[in-house]
Design a binder for this molecule. Structure first.
Ligand SMILES: C[S@@+](CC[C@H](N)C(=O)[O-])C[C@H]1O[C@@H](n2cnc3c(N)ncnc32)[C@H](O)[C@@H]1O
Length: 175
């Protein structure tokens, strides 16, 4: 199933925003500029827009962007293949969010004064739902990518009950 088919399906349910991003939206002052890369149906775009942020949501799926655009009037959308060498939309961005999308090159050149990232991990526990290893980070890898030039404000490795998979969460401020 393609991403467009998934987002356009009548069975698709918009997931709740991740708790560490709910906490971040409550902690940061309203009114910033947020870039949501591989935004999907825009759960985190809508969260920050509801906190008064001006949001640009980027995804390759037109169906995803249609849902994101409908989620809140404060969300501008941009259809783009993030694997292309094209530049990111012009900032400055106070916050760039990437959740459940792994592109190591993108993480290394990510724009923004602050980043919030959540990516599934290799998880050897019994009963964890199989996933293509190409979309998984090794344990400690996210911290290593942001070890230089960033001040890490939050890092957590989640341990949900299987079949759910562990996720690495990170919030970092450019130093
Ligand atoms: C698992 S979803 C995550 C969506 C959202 N970040 C969230 O956490 O709800 C992965 C998203 O990545 C998008 N995507 C996949 N490949 C992409 C690419 N090359 N460029 C831009 N977006 C891409 C898909 O369309 C999909 O919306």
């Amino acid at each position: 199933m393609t991403w467009d088919e998934r987002f356009a399906s009548p069975d698709y349910v918009v997931p709740a925003p991740m708790q560490f991003l709910v906490d971040l939206a409550e902690r940061l002052p309203p009114g910033g500029r947020m870039l949501d890369l591989a935004c999907g149906s825009g759960r985190h775009s809508a969260l920050f827009a509801a906190h008064g942020w001006s949001v640009t949501a980027v995804d390759s799926s037109a169906a995803a962007l249609a849902l994101a655009s409908n989620a809140h009037s404060g969300i501008a959308t941009l259809q783009r293949d993030l694997t292309s060498p094209e530049d990111f939309p012009p900032g400055p961005w106070d916050l760039t969010v990437v959740t459940l999308y792994l592109d190591r090159e993108l993480l290394r050149r990510i724009p923004g004064a602050r980043v919030a990232i959540a990516i599934p991990l290799v998880d050897p526990r019994d009963g964890v739902r199989p996933m293509n290893p190409a979309y998984l980070l090794e344990s400690g890898e996210l911290r290593r990518i942001f070890a230089t030039g960033w001040e890490v404000e939050h890092y957590r490795k989640t341990s949900p009950a299987p079949p759910a998979r562990s996720i690495a969460e990170l919030v970092a401020l450019r130093s």
